[in-house]
Design a protein around this ligand. Sequence first.
Ligand SMILES: [Zn+2]
Length: 418
Amino acid sequence: MESGKGREYQRRPVEGGQSRPRPPEDRAYRNRKPEDTERRQRSQESPGRRQRPGEDEESRRRPAEGGGRRQRPAEDSPYEKNAGESTERRSGRRRTRPRRRGNIKRIRQRNRRVVLLLLVLLVGGACAVNTIRTKQKEAAAQAAQAYAEQQARKESQEAAKEKEKEEEENALKLADESEKDQWYLKLVNAKNPMTKEDVPEVAAETIDANGYQVDARIMKDLEEMFAAAREAGRNPVICSAFRAWDTQEYLYQNKIQRVMAEKGLTEEEAAVEAGTVVAVPGTSEHQIGLALDIVSSEYMNLDEKQMETEDQQWLMENSWKYGFILRYPLNKSNITGIIFEPWHYRYVGKEAAKEIYEQDITLEEYLGAEPVGEDSDIESDREEKTTEPETTEEKGSREDPGRKLISRPGSSVCLTTV
Ligand SMILES: [Zn+2]
């Protein structure tokens, strides 16, 4: 480029035929040849066209006239031609150079654009990634919050359910306790004796011609049981039922006096002796009007053989359907404290009777009560034989003559019952 510039500079016409002083650093100027200078000077001195071979000076110098040859335009002169060539070459170079420069510029511009685009893309991508990450974080945070809220709701619901369940259980427990407090589930045994004040007032109702009475509330079920037994061809009879406190007290005190007289014992010693024969007042279920001694009309002794009778077999199989249980079963005396009595039935209601019968348990077990134990293994119906049987007049003052009798009149002669 440096040398090109020098050449261009050399060939450029100079105004006034003098070349401008070149800067000393222009090497091309310094290296110019003398003939170049001379040729330049010559061409400046003779602005006309160069003499052609065979052409005289005059014709050469004569300007073209009329149809003469038109003077070439300035550029036709050798100098101008030369200059034209130079210009053309220069312009060619100029065209080339700017083209290259243009190309380079365009390439650079394109590169810049590409770089710019890449930068934009990079920044955009970074922004997009950042946005995505931010959104992801937000989504994760929202999900975590939603999860936490869900967990809290779940825990709250579980707590509410737990509380509800507890309340239900408490209600059931209360209901159950309340159920077990029902009059027909009253527990009376050696560990749960009644005082005279504790004994419930029994609205006793006479059940037959013999004047036996029971709590009026169990009358319906009792009558249905006897009706069913008769329908099955059985003929059970009642030989003991409700005993008022005074009756039991009378029997007990009467026995004490007799023991004292017969055996010469003190009243205390006689009381203990009498208690093994006659139930101490307050410990007999007969006092609450819910117990009955029922025997077979074919065998009226109160002993274990009673179990073998068909009447008793029927009662033991079916009494639960009417709310009655065999209160002192075989091999349960360690719980009831009473020996096996296959004649003593107790009303407990149909629901409890069913459960007690099906599970083969006692009333104590059903109620979750403390077992009475072997020490109190006595006969609940141990009552002295008497020659003074109760009469209808004595017991059955409330008897309704028009009511259907459960037991046949005169059949209720239990051999060990008063
Ligand atoms: Zn009894």
